[in-house]
Write a protein that binds this ligand. Structure first.
Ligand SMILES: NC(=O)c1ccc[n+]([C@@H]2O[C@H](COP(=O)([O-])OP(=O)(O)OC[C@H]3O[C@@H](n4cnc5c(N)ncnc54)[C@H](OP(=O)(O)O)[C@@H]3O)[C@@H](O)[C@H]2O)c1
Length: 267
């Protein structure tokens, strides 16, 4: 395995952040903004992207924005190749994602949501991570961070598309990690509980469980520097995963159905 002094020292010069126009992605972009770094910021909304890029430039980083829709996986892979042609990506943080819960009066989420969330939360970040993993493995170094969700561990009846898309991402992240670790590439799967962002506010969560995106971003950066394979936060959700696994199925199903009132404020 090649040893790279920059990676060993936790210095990453060329950093891709998807979902950089809002919430956690924006907080991660600002966290990593520093002199000597180039931030490649992706999302759809060019104005919000530019505002984040301006913050990053004020912190001394070089920031480039790219407006694209991750529902188009082929366009995302072409854009990734273009970014790599401009210089090897040292750290890729795939933070873009969509939340969802079933609408009022529905039993499950709409079929179209399964498609949309499948593409944005699983297919495109999964394809990008696979492409980056191969390229980074050839270079013998690199970090990939995938933002999943604590929801991936639970069969949420009001958010089957969301939980399913994030569960797919979690499995893919772990499989990639196992494949590329011997080649000097690290993959971190982040499984956060609720944090306070425009996306997070779609599903009301108790205040004591809800974190600020800056808090989450700082912990992700630290976990990445340490080479952790997985970060579940707050820890409450790691315990909840075990409860879900250990409860008898009928009791677990009853509990999950009882969560239904939490969909009330969904759009
Ligand atoms: N907030 C929570 O409570 C929570 C909990 C667990 C996991 N997560 C996950 O954490 C990540 C960040 O969430 P957040 O709360 O920060 O969400 P957010 O504030 O809604 O931001 C989502 C970001 O993803 C981008 N995005 C969404 N759809 C896109 C598409 N089709 N193409 C390109 N970019 C797209 C958005 O940019 P544009 O709108 O400009 O395209 C935005 O930058 C997501 O993966 C989410 O699933 C969030």
């Amino acid at each position: 395995m090649m040893t790279d002094p920059d990676q060993a020292a936790g210095r990453r010069r060329r950093i891709l952040v998807t979902g950089a126009s809002s919430g956690l992605g924006a907080a991660l972009a600002r966290h990593h903004a520093a002199p000597g770094r180039t931030l490649l910021l992706w999302a759809r909304d060019p104005a919000r992207l530019e505002a984040v890029a301006a913050d990053c430039r004020r912190a001394g980083a070089t920031a480039q924005v790219r407006s694209l829709d991750l529902a188009d996986s082929a366009a995302a892979l072409a854009a990734l190749a273009a970014e790599e042609a401009g210089g090897a990506i040292d750290l890729a943080i795939l933070a873009a994602g969509l939340g969802d819960v079933r609408g009022r009066g529905r039993t499950v989420e709409e079929a179209v949501a399964v498609v949309r969330l499948g593409l944005v939360n699983f297919v495109t970040p999964g394809a990008m991570a696979a492409e980056l993993a191969e390229r980074m493995a050839a270079r013998g170094r690199g970090d990939i961070v995938l933002i999943g969700s604590a929801a991936a561990a639970h069969s949420l009846p009001f958010a089957a598309a969301y939980a399913g898309s994030k569960a797919g991402l979690a499995r893919l992240a772990d499989a990639l990690r196992v494949a590329v670790a011997p080649r000097g590439v690290r993959v971190l799967l982040v499984e956060p509980g609720p944090f306070d962002t425009p996306g997070g506010r779609l599903v009301p969560a108790p205040a004591w469980l809800t974190r600020r995106p800056e808090w989450v971003a700082a912990r992700i950066a630290r976990a990445c520097e340490r080479g952790q394979p997985r970060l579940t936060l707050p820890r409450f959700f790691a315990a909840l995963r075990w409860v879900d696994r250990l409860l008898p199925r009928r009791a677990r199903d009853r509990l999950l159905r009882a969560l239904a009132p939490h969909q009330a404020d969904a759009p």
